[in-house]
Design a protein around this ligand. Structure first.
Ligand code: HPA
Ligand code: ZN
Length: 325
């Protein structure tokens, strides 16, 4: 029988984690007080009560306004360090962490404030035995022009970023909208991934664009790929990592997409398990492994394979992969 001790102790790479999604109610309250931001609540329980949603859109409507409490470099540092301590307790050994600069620059915070605070935390993560990196995501519901400007700014900090991704509202915002930015980022030596959220209107077409046209190396969520055998074969052959987030899925659909994860394991697609927005979806990475294992009766071998896949599809050298498994 799988235990929480086992899922916690297993060495893991976290590849699908939004740093803004780690804002716990207690820290939100503390930062609100520190920065004199009126969030409308004064106790942790009251903040907790606002963390309520039933689909991607209603989640994002809580998620973005919460970010108002993040104002200074120190705030971004504290947010990231709080996550990294949790990650260390979950035996996360390698982390590639998403951040959404446009969610901050659009409310008047400098790009430099965001990246410098987050990056310092990734440096200090070494003392926690975590190899941490940053992935910059474009908000796909913002314009191409905004993405262009954001990439130009990001390239001034190129050595502080390992890759780029796409997140936020996928509805009518296909990956191809950002083809030019992905091409430019790849030319600058950055890695590529994109969210293909579960059960979207054009899921398969978005996955196809991302894999066949834009050449992304991973898909975040992306489990709808099982509907298209040719794309599944493509992902297996090209070693495309799929980063599935079971607890997050339960907020968007009635289930964790465990059947899809098992099918992908059986078809040699390197799927792995992550936590997405753990402060909002009720659990950190080990909780996600445990919940999936319980609900779908995963074997020890399947769980170990999921963790192995997280390192296999991480953006690290083959030598470094050897260190973990
Ligand atoms: N999907 C899209 N946008 C997001 C997500 C997600 O899972 N998490 C945070 N922003
Ligand atoms: Zn996500």
């Amino acid at each position: 029988n799988i235990t929480t001790k086992f899922t916690q102790g297993l060495p893991k790479a976290e590849l699908h984690l939004h740093i803004e999604g780690t804002l716990e109610p207690a820290l939100k309250l503390k930062l609100a007080q520190r920065n004199h931001v009126d969030i409308g609540q004064t106790t942790i329980a009251e903040v907790q009560k606002t963390y309520e949603y039933h689909d991607l859109a209603s989640f994002l409507a809580v998620y973005y306004p919460a970010m108002n409490v993040l104002q200074t470099e120190e705030d971004f540092y504290d947010l990231a360090m709080a996550y990294l301590h949790r990650a260390a307790a979950n035996n996360v050994r390698h982390a590639e962490i998403f951040f959404d600069p446009q969610a901050h620059t659009s409310r008047g915070i400098d790009f430099a404030t965001v990246i410098n605070g987050l990056y310092q935390a990734t440096v200090d993560a070494r003392a926690l035995n975590i190899d941490a990196h940053l992935i910059m995501c474009f908000l796909r519901d913002f314009s191409k022009e905004s993405a262009r400007k954001t990439l130009a700014e990001a390239l001034q900090y190129k050595d502080k970023i390992i890759g780029i991704g796409l997140d936020s509202d996928e509805h009518n915002n296909p990956p191809l909208k950002f083809a030019r930015q992905f091409e430019d980022a790849a030319a600058a030596g950055l890695h590529l991934t994109t969210h293909c959220d579960i059960d979207q209107k054009d899921s398969i077409e978005h996955i196809r664009q991302a894999l066949e046209i834009m050449g992304v190396e991973r898909l975040d969520h992306g489990t709808n790929i099982v509907e298209d055998p040719d794309l599944v074969a493509f992902a297996a052959k090209n070693h495309i990592g799929l980063t599935s987030c079971p607890l997050s899925n339960t907020f968007v659909t009635p289930e964790m997409k465990g059947k899809e994860v098992i099918e992908l394991l059986n078809k040699n697609v390197p799927v792995s398990i992550h936590s997405d927005d753990p402060a909002y979806f009720g659990g950190y990475i080990s909780d996600n492994y445990y919940a999936l294992a319980q609900q779908f009766n995963l074997t020890v071998e399947q769980i170990v394979q999921l963790a192995r896949n997280s390192f296999a599809t991480a953006w690290i050298s083959p030598e470094q992969k050897q260190l973990y498994f």
